[in-house]
Design a protein around this ligand. Sequence first.
Ligand code: URA
Length: 208
Amino acid sequence: MANVFPSPHPLVAHKLTLLRSVNTEPKKFRELVREIAALMVYEATLDLTLQPRQIETPLAPLTGSECQDKVGLVPILRAGLGMVEGVWNLLPSAEVWHIGLYRDERTLKPVQYYNKLPIEPTVSVCLILDPMLATGGSAVATVDVLKRWGVRKIKFVGILGAPEGIALMEAHHPEVPIHLAAVDERLNERGYIVPGLGDAGDRQFGTG
Ligand code: URA
């Protein structure tokens, strides 16, 4: 698991425990998804590039720093949508690009149904957002699309990962770093992460 970064942060572990609890209601669940997403992106953006910026403090001129990278957020529908707001708190000028994928029940392969990416990439870094890296099929297909778009730096930012999803990403896109709050034991026969947190979409949107 060379390119997998489980969070070492105690606040992430604390909030993840609340998120996992079956007693956590959708309003609190959404708040926790936003907060954990912000903490995960704080860790995932440690290597953003900076450029010098001249400013004046009230006392003296200063050469400070500003982020040079243009960041694009790519939430995987639908559960990834809940992470966007938390990430925007840290990266208010990040662009959000939507790529719609569904799984063909016959071939079990992801099929793209929505993609309005312009021809040329408008960002230098893409952060794929999905709370659950389960089978990894959507994550791999999303990286495929972003690579075809021409983005060179791509990262996956999630909350929980299963060994199966991590292995698929490492087989197809070994250079893409995977930032997670935690790595769980396994997938069950219905594709849910165990012990997990249940259906991250249903728990956010109250549809469970
Ligand atoms: N998607 C979810 O929402 N939960 C899982 O456990 C796996 C995939």
